[in-house]
Design a protein around this ligand. Structure first.
Ligand code: MTE
Length: 390
């Protein structure tokens, strides 16, 4: 700053006067200067706002935890309002003892804390045929990552006693959409959680208060919110959400189904269309997120020249399975045009594909499970646009 900057030489109001006391906001809120950091929807995307989606503002966030108030919302019948005292979870079907749990009952089981990402299978679906939405909030924002506190589903199933013929589980929500999905018993007994807390506090209503299912690493649609019923059966149920939706129409006319695992993926969150470079050339922090439904992220490569040359980014912060990872590449920008991309590799050796590789394998008709490499074009003024390189 130039000598004589009044912000240095003059006493400012916040220095001259006392600020507000405690208890002005018993439940704290972000600074008034952060009012633009909100979930946003794309009105033309869905027919009405009740069965709709809004998006996490990834371009404004850092680290790997999504604040509760910024977790994207996707619901098919609006947000159900359920008093915890009125909520019940029933387990029935191929079990020795059908059971009904109150919230109080559930809180008497041993519980665990786990950090997991939840990604909607439709994240990036609008980009399948070409770059469309100008911002990572919209292209990649159907994802959040929070610490869940809950009871391993295994404990509840053990309490009911699953019969040997019980190979599948149907999870059902108590909301107006009564969302129902089939889950293989192997996954249910592995790492699924019945969660009542997120980031330490009660689930938000939008996220399924008072109870939701966590199906780590698997598509968000299976994470049934307002969880009220678990039925044990011997085969999948073929519900709407696993037949006409959340299946992938391939080029040969057949549909891929049971594509549950979220693939290895990454995106540069800044610079990005909603986070342009405003400081001119010189030091530039390139940052983004990487994740895999199969495990941890081993490496993220970043290119600034559209894939001609790649550099290994620095992963900073915890590296936990089925959770977001934060990466950085600190460069000295010479002010010339950039074509930014990131490519994630997970601990199973899975490599994030290009969009063209995806289309070659799965055709042009897909919506779900788009984990293709994203390209951002940065012009000499620092303005960023969503593009594709062939
Ligand atoms: N569960 C119920 N009961 N009703 C719903 O509409 N939407 C599903 C899933 N669970 C849904 C639901 C979908 S499609 C997704 S992607 C995730 O919840 C979104 O979770 P979120 O709203 O916490 O981001």
């Amino acid at each position: 700053r130039a000598a004589g900057d009044p912000l240095i030489t003059e006493i400012q109001d916040w220095n001259r006067y006392l600020g507000e006391g405690v208890d002005v906001a018993p439940y704290g809120k972000p600074s008034e200067f952060e009012a633009h950091v909100v979930r946003r929807s794309v009105p033309w995307l869905t027919a009405d706002p009740v069965s709709s989606v809004n998006f996490t503002p990834l371009h404004e966030l850092d680290g790997i935890i999504t604040p509760n108030g910024l977790c994207f919302e996707r619901h098919h019948g609006g947000t159900a309002t359920i008093a915890p005292a009125d909520h019940r979870l029933m387990i029935h079907g191929l079990v020795d003892t059908p059971l009904v749990f109150t919230m109080e009952d559930l809180k008497r089981f041993p519980r665990e804390n786990r950090l997991y990402f939840l990604e909607c299978a439709a994240n990036g679906g609008m980009e399948w045929r070409g770059s469309q939405l100008n911002g990572c909030q919209y292209t990649h924002g159907m994802i959040h990552c929070v610490v869940y506190t809950g009871v391993p589903l295994r404990y509840l199933l053990e309490e009911a006693g699953v019969k040997t013929s019980g190979k599948w589980l149907l999870a059902e929500g108590a909301d107006a959409s009564a969302m129902t999905r089939s889950i293989p018993m192997e996954k249910a007994l592995d790492d699924c959680l019945v969660a009542f807390k997120m980031n330490g506090e009660a689930l938000r209503p939008e996220q399924g208060y008072p109870l939701r299912l966590c199906v780590p690493g698997w598509e968000g649609n299976m994470w049934v919110k307002w969880l009220r019923r678990l039925e044990v059966g011997d085969k999948p149920w073929a519900q709407r959400e696993e037949t006409s939706k959340y299946t992938d129409l391939l080029a040969n006319g057949k549909a891929r189904r049971h594509s549950w695992v979220m693939d290895v993926k990454s995106v540069i969150t800044s610079p990005s269309p909603q986070a342009p470079v405003t400081h001119g050339k010189g030091p530039l922090v390139i940052t983004g997120l990487a994740w895999s439904g199969s495990g941890t992220i081993k490496r993220v490569d970043v290119t600034i020249d559209g894939g001609r040359t790649w550099q290994t980014a620095r992963i900073d912060g915890p590296s936990l399975p089925k959770a977001l990872h934060r990466f950085y590449l600190d460069i000295n920008w010479d002010g010339s045009e950039l074509l930014l991309q990131s490519r994630a590799i997970d601990d199973q050796g899975l490599v994030q594909p290009t969009k063209n590789e995806l289309r070659a394998a799965r055709g042009e008709n897909s919506i779900y499970h788009n984990n293709g490499i994203q390209t951002w074009h940065v012009n000499t003024d620092g303005v960023v646009e969503n593009v594709e390189v062939s």
